[in-house]
Design a protein around this ligand. Structure first.
Ligand SMILES: NC(=O)c1cc2c(=O)c3cc(F)ccc3oc2nc1N
Length: 332
């Protein structure tokens, strides 16, 4: 039985309630990886909100889940200048490189330091800006000083919050990536459509974020892991490990495999552990990022022209791309 049409007042209240409920379900599914409802529950509420917004377009808000599907055709990507430079990392390729890094850092710091170790996600570095809790700008790293404005495309990435849990103004950085399974599915579709396939998930993510049709990006199932606070705003973390937890508390998706290591031996054990586990992860990693944990020490060590002195990326030897795809295809 069709419901009597809602008055504007009823529709306004109902839309607000549905947005909050849907954004909560979406956070659980795409950010916390802990969905609490079946898809059909979400879909039914989504349709209810979408119908209200069709009836009353003025009720559409920037953080409405209906804004995630894209549908804009962009003319191109404007340039964005990063007020806080987006550096790259120095690479290490051997155990010796990692122990040399530790020796340099301890000498510069003048004392033993602890390290925060993180998986090195093989995606595309992005910067996200929020004003009073609202997502206002997303950009690529570019050359570290000038990147591309890909805000409209990043709005379709479900793990990127359109509104934070607190109305704060911050700039955060992280990696946008395509999960392995999505990569295999996308290449299957492209092959069947006679299109070129992507060589690896990183290229697929980069190619997806360069789409000018935002509805195409929405279909690519991209995700994110955030790892840096560029402009702290009111955030209080004094170490990298705590900053990752704080990023998660305000609504960002962070990688759960981080580890606080008191010695470089512990760091090396972590590197070996994840070199083993690499093929089981649902996303590609190309190494491990090691950072001095205390921000006071990061400030003391600072940056060279190219990279921070207080971090190093240990790069795993490249896995044959074929093995990755074969392994996944076997699991389908
Ligand atoms: N791909 C990654 O998973 C990853 C990348 C970086 C960086 O590129 C990076 C660059 C800096 F100048 C400083 C810290 C960083 O931390 C990082 N942490 C990570 N987990």
């Amino acid at each position: 039985m069709a419901q009597a049409p809602l008055t504007l007042a009823e529709a306004t209240d109902k839309a607000k309630e549905l947005r909050a409920q849907l954004n909560q379900y979406s956070h659980e599914y795409y950010v916390a990886d802990k969905p609490t409802v079946e898809d059909y529950v979400y879909d039914r509420l989504y349709k209810e909100l979408s119908d209200i917004e069709t009836e009353y377009p003025d009720l559409i808000t920037s953080d409405s889940p209906t804004q995630r599907v894209g549908g804009k055709i962009l003319q191109g990507f404007e340039k964005v200048t990063h007020e806080v430079q987006m550096y790259s990392l120095n690479d290490g390729f051997s155990k010796e490189d990692i122990y040399d890094f530790d020796e340099r850092v301890q000498k510069l710091a003048g004392k033993p330091v602890s390290y925060c170790c993180e998986l090195k996600i093989d995606g595309l570095a992005i910067s996200l800006k929020y004003e009073n809790g609202k997502f206002i700008q997303g950009a690529t790293r570019g050359d570290g000083t000038v990147g591309e404005n890909i805000t409209e495309n990043l709005k379709t990435v479900k793990s990127i919050p359109l509104e934070l849990k607190k109305p704060i103004s911050v700039e955060v950085r992280g990696e946008c990536y395509m999960p392995k399974q999505s990569f295999v599915n996308l290449n299957k579709e492209r092959e069947e459509a006679g299109q070129d396939v992507f060589a690896n998930p990183r290229n697929a993510a980069a190619g997806s974020l360069r789409q000018l049709d935002t509805s195409m990006v929405a279909k690519r199932n991209l995700s994110t892991f955030l790892y840096t606070v560029a402009d702290f705003g009111p955030m209080t973390a004094q170490t990298q490990y705590d900053a990752l937890n704080e990023l998660s508390e305000i609504g960002f998706r962070t990688n759960p495999e981080k580890k606080l290591c008191q010695t470089i031996d512990e760091v090396w054990a972590y590197i070996e552990e994840y070199h083993e586990k690499r093929s089981e992860l649902p996303y590609e990693i190309d190494g491990i990022v090691i950072k001095t944990n205390e921000f006071t020490i990061q400030d003391e060590l600072g940056f060279t022209v190219k990279a921070p002195r207080w971090a190093i990326a240990y790069k795993f030897p490249p896995e044959e791309a074929q093995t990755i795809v074969e392994e996944i295809e076997w699991t389908i």
